[in-house]
Design a protein around this ligand. Structure first.
Ligand SMILES: NC(=O)c1ccc[n+]([C@@H]2O[C@H](COP(=O)([O-])OP(=O)(O)OC[C@H]3O[C@@H](n4cnc5c(N)ncnc54)[C@H](OP(=O)(O)O)[C@@H]3O)[C@@H](O)[C@H]2O)c1
Length: 330
């Protein structure tokens, strides 16, 4: 049997995405096959489409880092996993979400949270795992800390604001328009900074009585490195998860040494399945209950049929969206 998927004809713009007949995925050891209800667009999909972010070895060639759907088949070695054919799930993927079916290691499956429909559930796995692993497992954010979230209107940003706020942190955020900042405040941001009109490091100092923030979650990389380091308080932690402003910059080690700072740079997709499973397990335990009690909700800007993924990419590239763009497969 075959299925349809979004294939990247050749590296390039959105028009290089085709809705094509492809072979069905074969579940490997420890994997199940999921009938995809919906997936969601991520910036990484755009880099993959452009030829700048190849899938890791063994991953599906099709884009798509997350999905929701129903388990259609159990692969070898999944008998004791507790998952059954017919279970409604969402999943963190290494690729292949832009398809009607995808093979998923059982360690990367999550139940659909109570109170969330299958379409909205597709907007959760990538941002929940990214934000939990970086803000909490890597940067050790705790209640009473302050955190600067760059790109508060992004998929990652809208989730980071809600989760940090729900866990008792004070949230400062940057975005490119007053409208996006107003949305960020509704989600729990205490301070909104328009990066087009304000110097964010100066504003962070002003808002923290000169001390700086405990944690910065950064998506800009090189362009923001110096200002991020200047924004940190003594003992502060910078976590770089995106390079939208380039990969290279000068780092002032003197400032880091005096303030005892640390800089982390991480990628979720390249982690080994065991590490992804450990993150997914913590997310199920720590984050899902907050979603189920309504403290955090999936922020879906709009839904687009999966076969029109090119249109979703154009919207994402224009940055007119707030939160996630969900792609519906059926
Ligand atoms: N390392 C990892 O494991 C990992 C995992 C997931 C995502 N990411 C990264 O996280 C980033 C966000 O991903 P996403 O899928 O959530 O993308 P997205 O929704 O497209 O968000 C990108 C955001 O960046 C904002 N932005 C652009 N220039 C900015 C600037 N100079 N300062 C502050 N914000 C700026 C844009 O909005 P405005 O300019 O209008 O404010 C937009 O909201 C990407 O870089 C992605 O690669 C990394």
């Amino acid at each position: 049997m075959g299925m349809r998927a979004i294939v990247i004809r050749e590296p390039g713009g959105p028009d290089t995405l085709d809705w094509a007949e492809v072979p069905d995925p074969e579940p490997g050891r420890g994997e199940v096959v999921v009938d995809v209800t919906a997936t969601a667009a991520n910036r990484a999909d755009i880099s993959q489409r452009e030829g700048n972010y190849p899938p890791p070895p063994g991953a599906s060639p099709y884009p798509g880092l997350e999905c929701s759907g129903r388990i259609n088949a159990l692969g070898p070695g999944t008998e004791g996993s507790g998952w059954r054919v017919g279970d409604e799930v969402c999943a963190l993927l290494s690729g292949g979400g832009y398809a009607e079916r995808v093979a998923v290691p059982v360690g990367q499956l999550l139940p659909v949270p109570a109170g969330v429909d299958a379409v909205h559930a597709a907007a959760l796995p990538e941002v929940a795992c990214t934000v939990w692993s970086n803000l909490f497992m890597t940067a050790g954010l705790t209640s009473g800390d302050s955190v600067l979230v760059h790109g508060g209107g992004s998929g990652v940003g809208t989730f980071a604001i809600q989760l940090a706020h729900a866990r008792g942190a004070r949230v400062l955020t940057t975005a490119g328009s007053p409208e996006k900042l107003a949305r960020c405040r509704e989600l729990g941001a205490d301070v909104g900074i328009d990066y087009h009109t304000e110097d964010f490091a100066a504003r962070v100092k002003e808002e923290t009585g000169g001390a700086g923030v405990d944690v910065v979650l950064d998506i800009m990389g090189g362009a923001y490195l110096d200002a991020n380091v200047r924004s940190l308080a003594v003992g502060g932690r910078l976590v770089v998860i995106g390079l939208m402003g380039g990969a290279k910059a000068e780092l002032n080690l003197g400032r880091m040494l005096v303030k005892r700072l640390s800089v982390h740079a991480t990628s979720l997709r390249s982690r080994r399945p065991q590490e992804k499973a450990a993150i997914v397990a913590e997310v199920a335990q720590q984050v899902w209950p907050l979603i189920e009690k309504g403290a955090i909700r999936p922020i879906v800007d709009r839904t687009v049929p999966l076969r029109e993924a090119a249109q979703a990419h154009r919207i994402m590239e224009s940055s007119e969206h707030v939160g996630k763009i969900v792609l519906t497969a059926r």
